[in-house]
Ligand binder design. Structure first.
Ligand SMILES: Cc1cc2nc3c(=O)[nH]c(=O)nc-3n(C[C@H](O)[C@H](O)[C@H](O)COP(=O)(O)OP(=O)(O)OC[C@H]3O[C@@H](n4cnc5c(N)ncnc54)[C@H](O)[C@@H]3O)c2cc1C
Length: 136
């Protein structure tokens, strides 16, 4: 295999890259994420980061030497995966061919359809979806 593409550039994607290298895979590793940030630790988002300004640097996972050569393509989601052709299409229309595919897209919180008060409800999931008062 020459190119493994990892969709989802968070903890799962990072750990998959580390394990591929640890298992001896020496080909190209490309991680595609829709968030603008390199992988970071989410638990602080619902803890100390709610009460203080936190930068990405403060919560970023350390990139070990083994994954120093991973290419991170951030800020654009994968829109279509053609598994037969071995090709992904990103939301900006670019296509990416792969020999191996890791899907590490995690999950998305489901919002309760409750009436009223939208401005006082927040999804605490990413660095950019925290309440504005807690954003760096
Ligand atoms: C606020 C908060 C507090 C938490 N606290 C704890 C805790 O105290 N203890 C604990 O054990 N766990 C905690 N967790 C859970 C932990 O953070 C998750 O288990 C972990 O983030 C899962 O990592 P993941 O990479 O599998 O998924 P995620 O972190 O969800 O990452 C998936 C990534 O894929 C991206 N993605 C999705 N679709 C696409 C696409 N089509 N194209 C490109 N990218 C895509 C997403 O935007 C995201 O960046 C917490 C989570 C949150 C949000």
């Amino acid at each position: 295999m020459d190119r493994v593409v990892i969709v989802g550039a968070s903890m799962g994607g990072l750990r998959a890259a580390e394990q591929l290298r640890a298992a001896g895979y020496e080909g190209e590793l490309l991680a595609i994420g829709d968030e603008p940030h390199l992988p970071y630790n989410r638990p602080p988002l619902s803890k100390e980061a709610l009460a203080a300004e936190v930068t990405h640097d403060a919560v970023a996972f350390r990139l070990r030497a083994g994954v120093a050569d991973v290419t991170w393509r951030l800020g654009t989601p994968v829109a279509v995966a053609d598994l037969d052709a071995g090709e992904l299409t990103l939301a900006d229309g670019t296509t990416v061919a792969y020999d191996g595919l890791v899907v590490a897209t995690g999950l998305r919180p489901r919002r309760l359809p409750l009436p009223g008060g939208e401005d006082r409800r927040h999804v605490v999931r990413t660095l950019t979806t925290r309440p504005a008062s807690a954003r760096a």
